[in-house]
Design a protein around this ligand. Structure first.
Ligand code: NDP
Ligand SMILES: O=C(O)C(=O)[C@@H](O)[C@H](O)C(=O)CO
Length: 279
C-alpha cells in the first residue's frame, strides 16, 4: 500500500500512516481496527490524545504480526522533566500493550515552560534508545532554533520532526531546517485539518485527474517526500486517503498547489514559539 522513508538512524518508516487526534477513546478501537483492515500499518497517537490503550486494543485485536506495524506516541507537555520521561514512556508502553515503540517524540518544545529546558527532555528521550524498548527518537513542533539548540547541546540528531505542513502552510523554514540536518519531516494536519479540502485550485486538479481533493493533497505531500497520517473516522475516506500511490501529479499541478501558500496566516494550529499548554 505504501512507500517507506529511510530515517537517519538506519530504520525506516511507512510514508503513509493513520492519525488519531480527536478520535474519542470510546471509538478508537473500532476506528483504528478499521484503518488496519483498510491496510494502514503505521499509527500515530500521543499521550495527550487519551487513546493509547484503545490503539493498543485495536493492534492486539487485529492479530497482525508486530513487525508489520509501525507505532508512534508522543511525550505529553506535562511530562518534560527528565525523571518523568522514562516513567511516562513506560506507562505509554503498558497502555499500548507493547514491549517496544517504533517512534517516540517530544510533542511540543514548550520554550516558555520548565525554564525553556527542552534540551534535558530531549536527552532523556534519546537515552531511551538502546534499551530495546524504543527504535527511534524524535521531536514535534520544533522550529529551527529549537533544533539548533538540541543538536548543538547534545550532539544527538532527532530521526523525525513532526510539524504542521499542508498547502496553506508548507512551513518551509522548519521543513528545510529539518531536512538540512537529515531529519525526516512528518506533516501533521496534512489536509489542513480539513481546511484545504474545499480549495478551488485543488478541486480543479481533482476533477481533471479523476481523483478526490484529499487524494490530490496527500499525493502532493508524498511527492515532496513528507510522511503523512491523515485521520478519518469514516471507512470510505480511510480507503480513499490510502489510494495515493497509483498516480502522479504533473510538475504544473505541483506548482499550482505550491502557490496556495498563505504564509504565517495559513497556520491552523498553535505557534510552537508560544504554545505552552499543559493539561
Ligand atoms: N504533533 C502535533 O502537534 C500534531 C499531530 N497531529 C497528528 O496528525 C494527524 C493528522 O492531522 P489531523 O489534525 O487529524 O488533520 P487532517 O489533516 O488529517 O484532517 C482530518 C480532518 O479531515 C477529514 N477528512 C479526512 N479525510 C477526508 C476525506 N478524504 N474527505 C473529506 N474529509 C476528510 C476528517 O474528518 P472525518 O474523520 O469525518 O473523515 C477530519 O475532520 C492527527 O490525527 C495526529 O495523529 C495532529 C495535530 C497536531
Ligand atoms: O493534536 C495534537 O497532537 C496537538 O498537539 C494539537 O491538538 C494541539 O494540542 C492543539 O491544537 C491544541 O489546540
Amino acid at each position: 500500500m505504501t512507500a517507506t522513508i529511510d530515517l537517519n538512524d538506519g530504520t525506516s518508516i511507512p510514508q503513509l500512516g493513520f492519525g488519531t487526534y480527536l478520535v474519542p477513546p470510546q471509538d478508537t478501537a473500532a476506528t483504528v481496527g478499521s484503518a488496519l483492515e483498510a491496510g494502514y500499518r503505521h499509527i500515530d497517537t500521543a499521550q495527550m490524545y487519551g487513546n493509547e490503550a484503545e490503539v493498543g486494543q485495536a493492534v492486539a485485536d487485529s492479530g497482525l504480526p508486530r513487525q508489520e506495524l509501525y507505532l508512534t506516541s508522543k511525550l505529553d507537555n506535562g511530562n518534560h522533566r527528565p525523571d518523568d520521561v522514562r516513567r511516562t514512556f513506560e506507562e505509554s508502553l503498558t497502555r499500548l500493550g507493547l514491549e517496544r515503540l517504533d517512534l517516540f517524540l517530544i510533542h511540543w518544545p514548550l520554550p516558555t515552560r520548565y525554564d525553556g529546558d527542552y534540551v534535558s527532555t530531549w536527552k532523556a528521550v534519546a537515552d531511551l534508545i538502546g534499551e530495546g524498548t524504543l527504535r527511534s527518537a524524535g521531536v514535534s513542533n520544533f522550529e529551527p532554533d529549537h533544533l539548533e539548540r538540541i543538536i548543538g547541546e547534545t550532539g544527538i540528531v532527532p530521526a523525525v520532526n513532526q510539524i504542521e505542513v499542508h498547502p496553506y502552510f508548507p512551513n518551509e523554514r522548519a521543513r528545510e531546517a529539518s531536512l538540512r540536518h537529515g531529519i525526516a519531516v512528518e506533516a501533521w494536519g496534512p489536509l489542513g485539518q480539513g481546511a484545504v479540502l474545499g480549495d478551488e485550485a485543488v478541486a480543479s486538479i481533482a476533477e481533471r485527474t479523476g481523483r478526490t481533493p484529499a487524494q490530490v493533497i496527500l499525493r502532493w505531500h508524498i511527492q515532496r517526500g513528507d510522511i503523512v497520517f491523515p485521520k478519518s473516522m469514516n471507512r470510505a475516506r480511510m480507503e480513499e486517503n490510502a489510494r495515493i500511490f497509483d498516480f502522479e501529479l504533473s510538475p504544473e499541478d505541483v506548482r499550482a498547489i505550491n502557490g496556495l501558500d498563505r504564509g504565517p496566516a495559513g497556520r491552523g494550529g498553535p505557534d510552537p514559539n508560544t504554545f505552552d499548554y499543559v493539561g
